[in-house]
Design a protein around this ligand. Structure first.
Ligand code: NAD
Ligand code: 0WE
Length: 284
């Protein structure tokens, strides 16, 4: 004790802890509202932090899972938190699954949808090391398809349901690597840049239908997507030290911002990228 002057150990503990149950109190501002949440793979998923905030605010949620293999994990995560969770399979590279998933949503939600959470990304692991200059065409196409095009595809399917609800709010998750060169983020940086531009074009397309589209640019979080990435722990520590708040962001905090952006509280905000990164990105 007392031998941790820079708070390294403390920040490490804070970043690796999983928030089992929220201690936060949420306003019940989403009672009667319907949400579609993608991207919950396990307890650490950013999408799970968002789903917990929406659930606490009273929203009715349908979860999507990528494949049958991930369904039991999603059921396990919901256990004791959400009774009889509604879930539907959706691999965003599959147009038939996109059609079927939104048919299910329409049926379950009486043809209406108020909120959608796009919280997924993938790039082949070869593209997250070395140089972007070496990226293969097929790897580029796959990363863009899953990580960027899918927001447009899902928004197109959500549109008629949100029109029927009188409007809606859509969010996606992005990262600083879209704006600045972050070592090894490489291909994902290009995909996130497209995702952020896509957020603005979709906000323009869907604005007349009273549908808002925004992105949360989250600081690094130790999730499944962060695992296997070289020196992720070193990066988390660097981030905590350099950030204004001297720590890393939690999925609960990302959930709070998501709740704000998905609720009428943010009614005038669309096409925006909001940084939830403990102030890391404002530093020189
Ligand atoms: P995660 O591994 O928990 O979630 C990623 C999700 O993407 C998984 O649920 C996975 O099933 C899904 N997915 C991948 N390919 C898919 C496909 N073809 N069809 C449908 N789903 C697919 O990791 P996470 O960190 O919670 O990532 C969620 C989002 O947050 C991603 O967009 C990620 O880029 C973004 N993000 C993460 C961090 C971080 O440091 N972890 C920081 C900023 C932004
Ligand atoms: O968006 C992400 C990661 C998304 C991701 C992760 C993986 C790992 C496994 C996309 N595709 C894959 N493909 C795999 O095979 N983040 C913001 C987290 C992240 O990833 C990094 C980071 C950060 C932060 C990769 C390199 C450098 C920093």
């Amino acid at each position: 004790m007392g031998s941790d002057p820079s708070g390294m150990i403390k920040s490490l503990i804070m970043t690796t802890e999983i928030q089992e149950k929220s201690t936060m109190e949420y306003p019940k501002i989403l009672v009667g509202k319907k949400a579609l949440v993608s991207g919950v793979a396990n307890k650490r998923s950013i999408a799970w932090g968002i789903a917990q905030a929406l659930h606490a605010a009273g929203a009715d949620i349908i979860f999507t899972y990528q494949g049958e293999r991930l369904k039991p994990e999603l059921e396990k995560v919901c256990e004791g938190v959400i009774d009889n969770p509604k879930m539907v399979e959706l691999d965003v590279t599959n147009d038939d699954q996109l059609d079927a998933a939104f048919d299910t949503v329409a049926k379950e939600f009486d043809g209406k949808l108020d909120m959608m959470v796009h919280c997924l990304a993938f790039a082949p692991k070869e593209t997250l090391q070395g140089g972007y200059v070496d990226t293969q065409r097929a790897h580029y196409a796959m990363a863009q398809d899953i990580s960027s095009y899918s927001l447009a595809a899902m928004s197109r399917k959500a549109r008629p349901l949100m029109q029927k609800a009188g409007g809606g709010s859509i969010i996606t998750l992005t990262y600083l690597g879209a704006e600045k060169v972050i070592q090894n983020y490489n291909m994902m940086g290009i995909a996130k840049a497209a995702l952020e531009a896509g957020t603005r074009y979709l906000a323009s397309d869907l604005g007349p239908d009273n549908i808002r589209v925004n992105a949360i640019s989250a600081g690094p979080v130790k999730t499944l997507a962060g695992r296997g990435i070289a020196d992720f722990t070193t990066m988390l520590n660097h981030h905590a030290e350099k950030s204004c708040l001297k720590r890393n962001v939690t999925t609960e905090e990302i959930g709070g911002t998501a709740l704000f952006l998905l609720s009428p509280l943010s009614g005038g905000i669309t096409g925006e990228v909001l940084h939830v990164d403990c102030g890391y990105s404002i530093k020189g």
